[in-house]
Structure formats: structure tokens, C-alpha cells
Design a protein around this ligand. Sequence first.
Ligand code: PEP
Ligand code: MG
Length: 315
Amino acid sequence: ARAARLSAPLTPGALADGTPVPLLANLGSADAAGAALAAGAEGVGLFRTEFLFLDAATAPTVAEQQLEYGRLLQAFDGKKVVVRVLDAGADKPLAFLDDGHEDNPALGLRGIRALRAHEEILRDQLSALAAADAETNADLWVMAPMVSTVEEAEYFSALAHELGIRVAGVMVEVPSAALLADRILRASDFASIGTNDLTQYTLAADRLLGTVAALQSPWNPAVLRLIAEVGAAGRASGKPVGICGEAAADPLLAVVLVGLGATTLSMSPAAIADVRASLLRFDSAQAAALAEAALSADGAAEAHAAARAYADGIR
Ligand code: PEP
Ligand code: MG
């Protein structure tokens, strides 16, 4: 029976009532595509492109990038692939993008801000992605990291569309973007919530600093309220709202996130099986009730306990 279960085809992510919740992979290189597909990934929800730029004295050429993006898109033929443009700065510094010392790099020239200051790098990357897309049959979406204003969302969307990207969106990982999610989504084709940075910026707790690690919980109802804001804006506009931070890999929190309005979940491939099994235990109304229980708590531990109690009660 165990062998049969292991070889059974992997079913797509869904709630108990059949509501689809596509389960996507977070990837850092096209080399990881095979393992992600074997783990049941229905596509890619976050392709981090920093590795192409790390350790490089200069940015990779359009041709070099096109080759790598082409490999990725080919591996996910017919499937959705969300690529994030370069997220440099803060915890991801790059030699050739060094704009001088910053006392607070997490609050500095990073993500879309750094790309705007070096627009040729962004233009090259978008052109390489559009060229790879034209040669392959995956469903390519491209998103910008660290967007904090509606104007940045408009800037990215206009530039991406101009350079041949069909679906252009933004990551919501700064509280200002979550609070204005309705307007951010008006300017974008989709949003994807990066819960790692969203938690860091909501709690004002450095994600790399062990002494404040206890504050770094996406279960904190302040973080959940911001996610709910984005989920509501997604429902009102009919535009997709994905989750691509670590929170999506927590099987119980994944259900809460769907209850808050997330339409897809992206995670490290190893987490997909457990999240799939967890989603199948709840229908849409129960996921919403689970989210409500977590939202009503005072803190992260209480939110987790409330969700756990609700889940145990319906088994
Ligand atoms: C995030 O911030 O949640 C995210 C997915 O991006 P990264 O972890 O690469 O900053
Ligand atoms: Mg981030």
C-alpha cells in the first residue's frame, strides 16, 4: 500500500470542497526544477534570480540570462512560472550594485529601488525574460520585489509591459504596500505576498538578527491583518494574490492564508506534500473561520493556539 501511495499521481492542491489552491515551488536555480516537479509542484511561485548576479563583477548579459530563464521555462512547460527580478541590497548585497554604505540596508536602496537607480540592469533582465518566454510554452509572470508605493507598481508594470512581459505584478512585503493593496492591485496584474520581509517590516525586527527572532512570527495578528487587506483587495478586483514567503510552508498557517484570501501558495518543494494534506482537511468556510480565529488573537502564540484549537475541534 505504501508503494502504491508513493507512486500514485500527485493531485493538485485543493480544499476539501474542491476549491483549487495551486501549490507552487520557491526555486533559486533552474537546476532545482526536476526535484520540484517530483515533489508535486504545479509550477513556480517564486524564482529568485539573485544567484545569476552573485559573485559576478558585472551583471550577466541578456544572452546569458535568456539561456537560464529558457531552461527554467522549458522545465515547466505549460505551467505557471513567477520570476522575481533582481532583489539586491540589504541581506542580498551585490558588488557591482554598491551604492555606498548604508547604516540601515533593510531600509535602504534595495529591491525595486536599486533597480530603478540602475535601470539598464532591469531593462536587460526584463528583455531576457521576454525573449525566453517567446521561445517556450510556460505561463510566465514577472514580479518586482520591495515595492512600497503605488507609483513604483505603476513604474514596474509599464516598463515590464513595454519590454514584452505579458503578466507583471508586485511583491507585497512592505506594510505600506499591503495597506494600499487595492490601489497597488489596480496598477498590477497580480500580487504575491513575501511573508518573510512583511513580518520583518511589520514587527520592526531584523529577519537576520537572532536576538529578535521571537518577534519574527507570521502568525502575529498584525501580519495577518495586512495579509487580509491584500486578500480582500484581490477578491474585490478578481486579481490573483499568492503567498511566497516561508509562512506558506506551515501546514496550518497555509489554511489560514487561504482563508484570508490567498489564491496560490508557493514554498520550498519539501513542504508541498504536508501542505496539500492539510488543505484537504478544510472546506472554504472552515478556512475562513480558521483565519478569523487567528486574526482575533492578541499575539502570535495565541493566534497559533486558536487556530490549532479550531482545527482540532472539527476533526
Ligand atoms: C519574502 O520576503 O518573504 C520573500 C519571499 O522574499 P525573500 O525571502 O527572498 O526576501
Ligand atoms: Mg523578500
